[in-house]
Write a protein that binds this ligand. Structure first.
Ligand code: SAM
Length: 253
């Protein structure tokens, strides 16, 4: 898979793409990351990429030509297995489901905005999709691009040591993940739940399932509304209802 990232701050990506899982994925050639400083495509003698907004108002707008020309220079032709994404707070909220979809593509071009906005013509002509990483405004699209890229790359076959780990995580099934513990068994009097030391795999599976539902119920109850509860989950939810003092599970169905 290949990422082409259009940014005026390519150096911001250095740590991320050379470290940990992403660094190893690049070394193993499972992913190629191409950073394009679109300032290089500015026609201005001072390499300025922004200008005042037509109609007046605050802030500067990134001009269309550096972005159009940078995209043309990387040979983007729009086949179905490629997408050009603009990271913007006005885009569709990003979710794990979307990360899975994007991980099936061969190539993703990401445009990182800055200042007040990018020229609307880039959005209407070049961009296939707009993604927001949350309902807040950041200074630039670099951090959102890193978020999307990281979440997609770890889903690519061979990137994680154990490919199954990406499929057992929060949001994959629609629930938050269960709690985790490691050695020591007793840390400052805080003990690991005994069931995890029992060696009883079925009891451990059930405990994890229940804790996963408990965590989702407490923190993100809206996720349970969309979650397809199996018979075992319904029983666990009934138990949780008693334990947590909730009146009814119906609102989660
Ligand atoms: C200061 S912001 C511009 C905000 C814009 N004026 C608005 O009201 O939506 C500059 C750039 O940061 C990026 N950005 C900011 N917040 C974002 C978010 N929540 N998700 C994705 N990109 C974001 C976009 O690329 C945007 O062009």
């Amino acid at each position: 898979m290949r990422f082409d990232i259009l940014t005026i701050f390519p150096e911001m990506f250095n740590n991320l793409i050379n470290t940990s899982i992403l660094g190893r994925a690049r070394e193993k050639r499972l992913v190629e990351i191409n950073l394009i400083d679109f300032r290089e495509y500015s026609r201005d003698k001072h390499k300025k990429v922004d200008d005042y907004p037509y109609g007046g108002g605050e802030g500067m707008v990134i001009k269309p030509e550096p972005l159009f020309e940078a995209v043309e220079s990387i040979g983007k032709t729009n086949p179905p297995n490629e997408k050009t994404i603009y990271l913007t707070a006005q885009g569709k909220p990003y979710e794990q489901k979307k990360a899975f979809k994007l991980s099936k593509l061969d190539r993703i071009v990401m445009i990182c905005g800055h200042y007040e906005e990018i020229d609307e013509r880039v959005r209407t002509v070049i961009v296939d999709e707009e993604i927001s990483i949350g309902d807040y405004v950041l200074t630039g699209g670099e951090i959102p691009a890193m978020v999307v890229m990281d979440s997609v790359i770890r889903l690519l076959p061979g990137v994680l040591g154990d490919d199954k780990s990406a499929h057992n995580e929060s949001f994959v099934e629609g629930l938050l993940e269960h709690p985790h513990y490691t050695r020591p068994e007793n840390y400052r009097g805080l003990k690991v739940p005994e069931i995890l030391l029992s060696g009883d795999h079925e009891a451990i599976r059930k405990w994890r399932r229940k804790e996963s539902i408990r965590r989702t119920l407490k923190v993100r109850p809206e996720l349970l509304k969309e979650f397809d509860l199996e018979e075992e989950d319904r029983i666990l939810l009934e138990e949780l209802k008693v334990e947590e003092g909730l009146k009814s599970t119906r609102r989660y169905e």
